[in-house]
Design a protein around this ligand. Structure first.
Ligand code: MTE
Length: 327
């Protein structure tokens, strides 16, 4: 159910994002995927071009898969902001900590265990995961529960592709994501800020929704460690904390997973955590947000949209549910 559209996105010029040689390397990553047949683009041309496109990233408009939740007024967040203003508590609680500390994360070799109520449990190594389905670039908004947001071009494929391959049993109702907790490389694992490993979860229909992206890259390159290398999920209609980073296990279960933030403060962080401007966090409003990279603390607040703007795609998943109770 991909909706591909040229929706008038304003893209910054490449030089706003990153130096040309780094940009070229990023494009190299995608070209590698393209030549191995792993990258699918709507027009095909971008992934196959031998040299990175010069100038405006606007050229991507016709080749990326976009979703209606991204609006014409959205600018892509500069790469610098998206890779230096992070939440990855395993590497520290300050926004700058992950970019400073996550170089210790060892992303190869890497594998993901498939466990629980599934016909084909087992260990998938990263190379198998990279090859499992063609990749796409998708521009998603990411709205953090703290009241800020970014617009990021992610690279990956729908998690549903993986789920279909491993064949969950009919009894499986939820998917649990367990992320790496390695005290040797992650200085804050062992701290009491959260219980480790960081665990997240989705209901099966949420996990199967085509918007839910198994993510390997952003801005055309492999994920920087601080953004959840080598593999994370991105669930664009939920607060950012639902998108677990550096995943090592995917477990299929009939019980709602006990997630890290729900364990830490159940009254503040529900299991669903759909972006909802009408349900305040107990300590602050969720009605507006600040776009990172656009005017700093003095940036004009913008209105937060129901389901982060993805209501047309995902609203029906919650038909009949009281979203104030199931926050
Ligand atoms: N995943 C792990 N393993 N540990 C974390 O602390 N933080 C979450 C989420 N995934 C987190 C995590 C939160 S609170 C947010 S807002 C997003 O990652 C941030 O993703 P980004 O840094 O790529 O923007």
């Amino acid at each position: 159910m991909l909706i591909r559209q040229d929706n008038g996105f304003h893209h910054p010029v490449a030089s706003d994002i990153t130096p040309p040689q780094v940009y070229a390397q990023r494009r190299g990553f995608l070209q590698q995927l393209a030549t191995t047949g792993l990258l699918a683009t709507a027009g095909g041309a971008w992934g196959q071009s031998a040299v990175p496109r010069p100038g405006k990233l606007a050229a991507l408009n016709s080749t990326v898969a976009n979703f209606a939740g991204a609006q014409a007024t959205d600018n892509i967040t500069p790469y610098k902001n998206a890779s230096t203003y992070n939440n990855f508590y395993e590497f520290g609680t300050d926004k700058a900590d992950p970019a400073e500390n996550a170089h210790t994360l060892k992303t190869r070799p890497w594998s993901v265990d498939i466990e629980g109520m599934v016909k084909k449990p087992g260990v998938l190594n990263l190379e198998d995961l990279l090859k499992l389905s063609p990749m796409e670039e998708r521009i998603y908004r990411l709205r953090c529960v703290e009241g800020w947001s970014m617009v990021i071009p992610w690279v990956g494929y729908s998690l549903s592709e993986l789920i279909k391959k491993v064949e969950p049993l009919g009894s499986a109702k939820f998917v649990e994501f367990v992320t790496l907790a390695d005290p040797k490389t992650m200085p804050y694992v062992g701290s009491r800020v959260l219980s480790w490993p960081y665990i997240e979860g989705l209901r099966m229909d949420e996990a199967m929704h085509p918007l839910t992206l198994l993510t390997f890259g952003m801005y055309g390159e492999v994920l920087p460690n601080q953004n959840g290398a080598p593999v994370r999920v991105t669930v664009p209609w939920k607060y950012g904390f639902k998108s677990g980073k550096s995943i090592v296990k995917i477990r299929f279960t009939d019980k709602q997973p006990l997630t890290a933030w729900n364990k830490a403060a159940a009254n503040e962080y529900g299991f669903y955590s759909n972006v909802n401007p009408n349900v305040d966090h107990p300590r602050w409003s969720q009605a507006t947000e600040r776009r990172i990279g656009e005017g700093g603390l003095f940036a004009k607040k913008i209105k937060t949209l129901m389901f982060n703007g993805y209501e047309p795609q995902v609203g029906q998943l919650y038909a009949g549910m009281d979203l104030a109770k199931n926050f």
